[in-house]
Write a protein that binds this ligand. Sequence first.
Ligand code: PLP
Length: 291
Amino acid sequence: MSHMGFFASVNGVVTDAAEARVSVLDNGFTFGDAVYETLRTYGRRPFHLDRHLARLRRSAGRLRIAVPVPDDEMGRRLDALLERSQHAESYIRIIVTRGVGDISYNFDRVQGPTVVMVTKPFQPFPEAYYRDGIAVILSSVQRNHPRALDPGIKSCNLLNSVLAVQEAQDKGALEPIMLNADGDVAEGASSNVFLVKSGTLLTPTLDAGILPGVTRELLLERARALGVPVRETTVRVPELLEADEAFITSSLKELAPIRTIDGRPVGDGRPGPLTLRLLADFREYAPRHST
Ligand SMILES: Cc1ncc(COP(=O)(O)O)c(C=O)c1O
């Protein structure tokens, strides 16, 4: 696989990704002791870097990873990386690990943090997914319990999602919808879940044990601004299956309509009117808030 067009910044030093190096003793590698953000550009500018950095700091704080690099310096490093990348649009990943340790739980010996940024050409979801909707499954893999590994921490320990996505891919689906320990809808492996019932937009509350998605938050704001009735609530599985419309959200996917769940159509099996209205609104909004 070619990584042409992949670039990296490691502690502020920009190179081709193939030349970028992180130590094998880095806690991100030895312990998965790291946090991350994924975002994209619109018009070559990062979309809501402010909110992504705020969440990155909250995630790091939960793990007591110190991030002494201020937001403006993060922005300058990302600008330098984007300047080098020259993609039409970029996928951006920011990773902050605790730093280089000695393969032990002696956190005081760790030299860090390691601040990595990677860009690659942004490859949008195929337009057909937006036109026709996507297939999802209800995963047999339960979302991590918040008292085990809180999904609200965006950590580089992604195995809970890896297992669920493998199951989805085996079944020809794009995204697994994961349930929490109560059996209620939590989130996708890398997305948040919304449904529409009788004109109201519904999504699980944060205490379902989910990531507070930036797109989720923006969508709730946009929907309220448009006068759409919105409710954050417990979402039971039958409510999702009997929804008029359903979709997932993420920084990379924007809003992707769900066509089928475990092979059964949602609503009339086509992206619904509110989903399409919110998608159009989001696509109008996003380029104006990429700075
Ligand atoms: C577990 C999980 N939930 C939700 C999301 C969506 O979050 P955002 O809208 O901030 O990209 C992601 C992002 O990839 C994720 O990994």
